[in-house]
Design a protein around this ligand. Structure first.
Ligand code: 4NP
Length: 162
């Protein structure tokens, strides 16, 4: 079983949306994958995803986001094979946290947009203070990145057919 954790700042916009799209797309994959999401901050612990993100998920992807926000914890660095950060600040914070509290962890920390087919920007922009078009942009970015991320996982973990 491959275990993937998506991480942003608040765990109410980008990472639950990333997980929701990943859940939908990975159902088509032969890989056995489990997933979760978390935030680097404690701002929104226990909350459902932002209503604007839930609406976008429902309207555009028929995806129901029911995750409750939580903060990343030490055990996540043992449990998950991949930790996928939404932006560079999240990435740095996750890395520092790992080095401080769980140096032995063998998890792989990556940026979500390192999987984007549209090259250039390595960050999923924070839509929290934005409008509807910002939420839609996040959705579209996460869809593209997840397609390529799942392909990457298949190349890494499925026996080669050659
Ligand atoms: P997220 O968005 O990191 O994608 O969940 C945010 C949610 C809340 C805040 C910032 C970003 N906030 O400052 O409360």
């Amino acid at each position: 079983m491959i275990k993937v954790l998506f991480v942003c700042l608040g765990n109410i916009c980008r990472s639950p949306m990333a997980e929701g799209i990943f859940d939908k797309l990975s159902k088509e994959s032969p890989l056995e994958i489990s997933h979760d999401s978390a935030g680097t901050s404690a701002y929104h612990i226990g909350e459902l995803p932002d209503e604007r993100m839930r609406e976008m998920a429902s309207n555009k992807g028929n995806i129901a986001l029911t995750h409750r926000a939580r903060q990343i914890v030490r055990e996540d660095f043992d449990k998950f094979d991949y930790i996928i950060a939404m932006d560079k600040s999240n990435y740095e914070n996750i890395l520092h946290y790992k080095n401080r509290i769980n140096k032995a962890s063998e998890t792989t920390i990556m940026l979500m947009r390192s999987f984007d087919s549209e090259k250039g920007n390595l960050e999923v922009p924070d839509p929290y203070y934005g409008g509807e078009s910002d939420f839609e942009k996040v959705y579209d970015i996460l869809w593209r990145c997840n397609q390529n991320f799942i392909q990457f996982l298949e190349e890494e973990h499925l026996p080669s057919s050659q």
